[in-house]
Each structure stands twice: as C-alpha cells, then as structure tokens.
Ligand binder design. Sequence first.
Ligand code: NCD
Length: 526
Amino acid sequence: MRKGQNVFAGRSLCVVNDFSVDEQLYLYEKTRALKAALTGGGEARQFAVADPTLGVYLIFLEDSTRTKESFRNAAKFHGVKVNDFNVQSSSFNKKESITDTIKMLYGYSARSMFVIRSKLEGTSRWLEDSLGVYARRNDRDPPAFINAGDGKHEHPTQEFLDEFSFLEQLDWSNERIHLALVGDLCHGRTVHSKVDGLKVFGEVHVDLIAPDELALPEHYESRMTANDFQVRRFASIEEYLSQADVATIWYFTRLQLERMGEEVLEKAPMLRRAVTFGQQFLPRLPEGTKFYHPLPRHREFPTIPFFLDNLPVNGWDRQSINGYYTRIVEIALLSGTLGQDFEGEAMVRPAYLDDFVEEAVVQDGAPRDYKVGIKPVENGIVIDHIGRGEDIGEIWDHIDKIRRIMRLNHRSSHGVYHSSSDRVFKGIISLPDILEFDERQLKMLAAIAPGCTLNMVKDSEIRKKYRLHMPPRIYNFDEISCKNENCISNPRNFEDVRKEFYRSEKSTFVCRYCERPHNFHEIWDV
Ligand code: NCD
C-alpha cells in the first residue's frame, strides 16, 4: 500500500473500531459525494483507484450474496484485478491453513487486498498480524484485510453501510439517534458491530427487542452502556409497542438458525413470533418510521414480511444498495486513493505499558504474617494475599493454579489463612528455595493471581515487597488460550495463532482476535 500522509493507506479493517469516529464520518461524507456523483450523472473518476496492479481477493468461507457482490462490483468500479477465490474446490478441503493460502495469493499481485468472510472469529486480525510479519521478512508492503463478517463477532463494512443509511434518513444529522434493534441480537454480528458504529452519534438511544434466548450478550450491552447509550430491553414487538416512546428507525435481523444449539432451535416458532412484524402493528408506528435489515430475509419466515415491501416503511432496499457505495469508498481509502484531505482525529492504536508490578512499603522487616502454619522463611519468596477476600474454595484453586502453571516444584508450603488485621481469607505460598522471579514469571503470576504481593525475604527480613496487578497485555505463554471455540486462535482450529489478551475494565482479559472477554483465570489451560 502507498505510504505518505494518508492516514488510511495500507491499513486493514477488521472491526469497526479500526476506524476512529472522525474517520467513519469522513467515510460517510465521501460516500455521500460518490453516491451523488453516480446517481446524478456527475464525475466519479476521482474516487477510482485505477491501478491494475492492485489485486482484490474475495475469500468467502461462509455464504454471501450482498457483501460479496457489492465488493465485487466495487472492485470493478475501481478498475483493479478482481479475484473470486473458489473456496469449495480449494486446498481448504485438503486441510490447508488460511494463513498458507493467503501467503500464496499475496505473491500474485504487487499490491493486495483481501476481503474475508469466515466462521472463525478474528480471522482478519490474525492475517493482518501474520502477513505483516511475512511482508516485512520479504521486504514488501503488507496486504490489507477487510473483515466481511466473522462468525458472531463483527461485520464492520455492513455497519458502515447501516450507519450511512441511518444518517441519510436523518438528513445527515449525527446529533441524536433512536434505534430499535429487533430479532436475533445474540448471534447477529451486524448487531454486535452497532456497539461501536453508533458512536458517530452524539446521543444514542437503543431499544433491544428480543426474547431472552435471542438477547444481546451481556458484554455487548454493558459496552453500550459504557459508551453512554441509553439502553432499554423488551421481550417482543408487542411489548415494545405497548409503551409510548417508539423509535423511528428499526433494524431487523433474521434468526440465525445455523448458529443455534438444539435447545434454542426447538423454540424457533415461538421466538420468531416475538420479533416478526405483523399487519396489526402498522397503525402503532410513529410517522416516518423506516425499517432496515442487513438481509437476507428468510423467504418462509421473514421478520419483515413481504406485505411491507411497497410501503414507505421500506428502508432496507436503499440500505442494501448503499453497500455498493460505502464499499467503493472503503477500497479507495485503504488503497490510499482517498483520504489526503482528512483532517479529523485518526485512529490511534493503544500503547500497552507493562505497569503491573508496584513496589509496596515494607512495614518493619519482620515476616510475621507467615508464622501461622507456615514455617518462617529465612531466605526466599513468600507470595501473599492470593485471592484475598474470595471464597476459600477459590483461593485454594488459585494456589493450585499458581503451583501448576508456574511449575513450582520446589521445597515449599502453602495454605489459606486469615489476614492478621481484618480476618479476611487469603492464600500464601512460601518458597524458601527461590530468591527471584524473572519478568516472565512475574507476569504469569500477576495474571493468575492479580492483587497478590511478593515478599523477598533475606536473613529473615522482608527486604522488598511488590504488589502485582493484572498485566495490561498477556501473550506468548503456552499455557493460555482463548476459550471461544469459534476463535481463530483456539488451538482446536489449528491455525497456530499467537495467543494474546488485553486487560479491559471489570478485570477481564479480552482476546485480541475474537474480543471475547474472559475472567482472568479462564485464560489458563491448566
Ligand atoms: C448478514 C451477515 O452475513 O452477517 N448479512 C449480510 O452481510 N448482508 C446478516 C445475516 O446473514 O443474517
């Protein structure tokens, strides 16, 4: 990809947050201009990449009509090389990894862009990482990746066309939006992407309409609240229309039966009823209401029934065509054709400071805490305050985990005790044979038992004391893995992905690829 002032050039688009709010607004502004030019017979050449050395690869490992065809048409608009990779007859059937496949395709063009849809969550992010390393090693510019939907995770380019369509309905005002999300909020990645995509609006009101079985997963809802969205929940359209404050923008999704377990499938007819719009509801809609849907609709059981197609409430047809325009602009941005006049705040990747070790004050040198049932240590390390304040069973579990994961097969003792000061339970491990932990061991310990303290004892005196906090980032340990079986980094998917987690609020570790939150002890395999 071309380098220079252009902040978009050479980047990938794996999740909505890969574009800052200003960058998203810039995308909408450019799309609006492009759409006006193309529909009004104006000049659109300035939007085109027109570089036959750029290869755009469509790699769809899950079915698609709109996303794939709009990308294909968008790439054709640009006059670039368009390659439709035939997944069905490819070496995926010979169990080739996606990383190997992409490395090979990357060799065929001077510049490449991969549009990837996969059931495995985080696929684009992983490929961006690994092909980035591969490109550097081969002294080439890295390829760009566009996530065209990954499992239940995200669908950023659908999100951008959705927001563009909402803005179009709101006459391009991004001050406030009131949106109803209806249908399968549990499995729908287009809904999950709304958690970040709606941030382009100053004030956001979201009404979630879904029975419990299809409800938005808790971590997405809490992120909405953290983003200052006003969120309300309703179990059915009937319940929603029985109160006065009804949105004028409704976003429907189909029931994603292919992603549901047996127990939920059995209830499908009942769940469908709760989120299917009926003729009787029409008079209860506010003036000017528009319905949207990422499509496809189920032809037998559409949540937006066909009788609505020719009524003014139909916003989904225009929305679907908008995908062509937004995707033209996305290709133009990532390839460096548009973006030179962008003046807003660009996306900044977070920096992770390894600030998890804090030196604490040594009270008076005497290791008096460790006399209860544990032989006083003359020289060595005492790990104290393990799981402090937790349930006794959990504290034992932490002790066990620390010993096994860190392979502390030394002379030592351990136990669960009261704090001398406040009678709260905590775990202690004393290690008379160990005088030091290295950075890696410290990080490991901090991630297994955040909040614990390390006491370095010499000649029966505590010489130094450290408090360990959850590390902001944890990676490169063989003993950690993402527990989402649909994550590209899950060992069961054999893509040999480097595991990596970030600390988020509420003391959770979020997987770098699928962004699934994990409780801090969940990431460990042993
Ligand atoms: C959606 C998808 O694939 O996530 N469709 C799309 O991209 N237009 C929604 C769906 O499949 O129901």
